[in-house]
Design a binder for this molecule. Structure first.
Ligand code: FE2
Length: 378
């Protein structure tokens, strides 16, 4: 199956952060990625520095400002903290996809342009997503070097030892938006990108008695791009989406799910590399062992030891696990996912997941609608 806009799949994700060098080290050490490209003052870019990291099909760019004149990066980080500025999809025809998008309601950010150097050219264009995020169309068929024109080999021979995490690429990217914005953005994707609504979680589907959310998943017709969009839903306490909107100061990317073929190996390696995950109670595995509807290949003791979640669907099952927020603010986090015939997003795990998130929210004083008094830890 193909899609009418010639979308090939996810390409890169670019984060704006406070210190690119240190965050790039984290991605190399913890996620086991390789730093393969660099731009900065030494390569002729005076105001910012970017590190390009790769692991199989996963491409990440980490950018920070190195001069006070680099307002674009500084203003983003000042308002949102470290976060996703843009994510890119690779397309056959950048001009065609961009023209289709803007003729179907997309807000233009950058018209198609060819970025050139002696190694060839990369075509890019961008449209707006959410408050301050961009969706980039990219084609690099005529470029034969590191990432994009301007990127050079890393300045030093960087040798960062890390366990092999087996991460393959992006499974889905999730956006958090304000109450009553979810339908607006789902329609935006469906019109501008010719996507379709795949899943629609209604009131009561997701949440605890304290906090709840609504979610719609839009995707390309061949499912190479899957983009869930969450909005908060009224409940007794403050939902994780409200907390995100408050702490991020707007709508944006909440999490990126990374694919693996062997989640037991991946999570074991990530834990060894120091990554912190949401906690899962042992009672979750008692319930899972009692479910006989789908057989899973993996050893249940391994899942329990590594606290990996499992959700079963009529077509198969999936295994997944979520990290705690990776930065200082309770905003962006990663998910790791192994799909065995299941196309969903782990609906059966939402209850256990939400209870775990609520515990952390309470510790941060962000669970009650009114600010809680936080007792100092000592
Ligand atoms: Fe997810």
């Amino acid at each position: 199956m193909s899609n009418i806009l010639g979308i090939r799949g996810y390409d890169y994700v670019e984060f704006y952060v406070g210190s690119a060098k240190m965050v790039a080290f984290w991605y190399a050490k913890v996620l086991g990625m390789e730093i393969t490209g660099y731009v900065g003052p030494e390569t002729g870019t005076r105001d910012r520095t970017s590190f390009y990291l790769k692991k199989n099909n996963l491409k990440i760019v980490i950018t920070s400002a190195v001069q006070p004149s680099c307002y674009e990066v500084l203003n983003f980080v000042n308002l949102h903290g470290d976060g996703v500025k843009r994510w890119a999809i690779e397309v056959d025809d950048v001009e065609g996809a961009f023209k289709y998008a803007t003729q179907h309601g997309a807000v233009m950010v950058r018209r198609p342009e060819a970025l050139e150097d002696k190694h060839g050219y990369v075509l890019e264009a961008a449209i707006r997503l959410y408050d301050d995020t961009e969706l980039v169309y990219v084609n690099r068929d005529h470029f034969n070097h590191i990432f994009k024109p301007g990127f050079c080999e890393p300045r030093q021979d960087i040798n960062i030892e890390s366990e092999d995490t087996g991460i393959l690429g992006i499974d889905h990217i999730v956006g958090n938006v304000r109450e009553n914005e979810m339908n607006l953005w789902a329609n935006y994707f469906n019109k501008a990108m010719s996507f379709e609504t795949f899943v629609d979680f209604k009131p009561g589907d997701i949440g605890t008695k304290y906090s709840a959310l609504l979610s719609k998943v839009v995707r390309s017709s061949d499912s190479v791009i899957k983009n869930p969009i969450n909005e908060p839903y009224a409940a007794e306490k403050k939902s994780q989406i409200e907390e995100y909107i408050e702490q991020y100061h707007g709508s944006g990317v909440q999490h990126i799910a990374l694919q693996t073929r062997d989640i037991i190996k991946t999570v074991a390696a990530l834990r060894k590399n120091g990554l912190e995950f949401l906690s899962v109670p042992d009672t979750y595995y008692d319930m899972l062992r009692n479910r006989k509807d789908v057989q899973i290949r993996e050893n249940m003791d391994d899942l329990q030891r590594l606290k990996i979640l499992c959700d079963k669907e009529s077509t198969g099952y999936l295994l997944q696990l979520f990290t705690k927020p990776i930065g200082d603010r309770p905003t962006f986090f990663f998910e790791f996912i192994q799909r065995e015939g299941a196309e969903g997003f782990g609906k059966g795990n939402f209850q256990a997941l939400f209870e775990s998130i609520e515990l952390d929210q309470k510790l941060r004083g962000n669970l009650d609608k009114k600010p809680e008094e936080i007792l100092p830890p000592c």
